[in-house]
Design a protein around this ligand. Sequence first.
Ligand code: NDP
Length: 295
Amino acid sequence: MTAERIDGKAFAAGLRARVAEQVAAFTAAAGRKPALAVVLVGEDPASQVYVRNKHRAAEEAGFESIEIRLPADTGQADLLAEVARLNADPGVDGILVQLPLPEQIASQAVILAIDPDKDVDGFHPVNVGRLGLGTPGFVPCTPRGCMMLLRDRLGDLSGLHAVVVGRSNIVGKPMAQLLLAANATVTIAHSRTRSLPVLCRTADILVAAVGRPEMIQGDWIKPGATVIDVGVNRVPNPDDPQKTRLVGDVHYDSAVQRAGAITPVPGGVGPMTIAVLLANTLDAACRRAGLQVPD
Ligand code: NDP
């Protein structure tokens, strides 16, 4: 058996196109574009690429994209003042402060300062609480994207056993909450979990969010399971030592022999993250304008 490849890139393109249509409808109804503000402190090269990609995607979908770049030596008080200004600006619907922040700034203080109703990353404790309670809020983009891929592939997840490997606040924990809300039976595994391969073999849905290249082997996978590989790891390219390549947390070549469906890396979960950020920002704009939030 060879697993079906879950094409996150194509799914994300479809989502972006749907969001663009809804943005046009919002703009007509509200008389203004929905707006996303992205704040970047410093010049971390990876963060610069992420921010540029978010800016481009937002503009392409018809949002107003506000990019705020602050120098690497910005103090916490100045960043908090910037966040307060964006909170108070009625024309701003979504605020995202790109992480990681320079060491003189406490990320948690900044996350806490963002208006929860503009917190399109879903990192504010109020939104973490809303997710736990099952009330409307913002869900972190990567796990929400994983859920969309799972629902598209499996439909109803009721009663399926989902194993989430990883318990970070931005991926593993919210992923587990979403699966639970979808009536899956959820097990969360982490670095202290015993007999991880045995546990993984019981999973109908296996979500890997570990950050360890190709850790999860094919023979850890229950035949026919749906595998979502969140990991993004850069490793040396065996064909050319001067170059690197991207791999997931799952050993794709062996996993594809056992799984029913699997996301590749790259081209699986990765492209979903920005598409969901746009969807979250549109949701924020609709709620703030008193318009119906798209399904
Ligand atoms: P973190 O480092 O925050 O969390 C990793 C988790 O994996 C921890 O809970 C840790 O356990 C667990 N873990 C580590 N080693 C093992 C092990 N040997 N066995 C079992 N569990 C283990 O990572 P993130 O959640 O932020 O990211 C995970 C991966 O997803 C990374 O590769 C990251 O690059 C990628 N990512 C991809 C995104 C995308 O858009 N595609 C977005 C965000 C992340 P413990 O808690 O016990 O330490």
